[in-house]
Write a protein that binds this ligand. Structure first.
Ligand SMILES: [Zn+2]
Length: 126
């Protein structure tokens, strides 16, 4: 290696430069202060500390009371970025479940109505 002060070549294990007498720095010295900041990543861990409660509530509600479940799931899905993406999948599942339930309910009402009307027409035709 070379002395960083005078530039003359010195032995790799030498602690002092034989030319100018200044202390040499070993590049692989342990305990260097440079590696410490890499351990901390506070911006990454902070958003995941809180859980997206409204998404969980919406998911559960979507099984029992469809419309409030759908509303809570939509709110939870929109607020998911505030919780670092927490509960996004849960909210999405709640939206899908309540949407399917509402869709099936509407379909059932339509089919039921058609059947009733046709049955009624059939009865009145007799
Ligand atoms: Zn030197």
């Amino acid at each position: 290696m070379f002395c960083k002060y005078c530039g003359s070549q010195i032995e790799d294990g030498a602690q002092f430069c034989p030319n100018c007498g200044s202390a040499t720095e070993r590049p692989s010295a342990p305990g260097g202060g440079n590696s410490q900041p890499y351990y901390q990543q506070p911006t990454y861990q902070q958003p995941t500390s809180t859980s997206n409660t409204i998404a969980l509530v919406g998911f559960i509600l979507s099984f029992f009371v469809t419309l409030p479940g759908l509303i809570c799931s939509i709110i939870g899905y929109r607020r998911a970025p505030e919780y670092g993406g927490n509960g996004r999948g849960l909210a999405l599942a709640g939206i899908i479940i309540s949407s399917v339930t509402i869709g099936l309910a509407i379909l059932f009402v339509i089919i039921y109505t058609v059947v009733i009307v046709q049955y009624g027409l059939a009865v009145s035709a007799i």
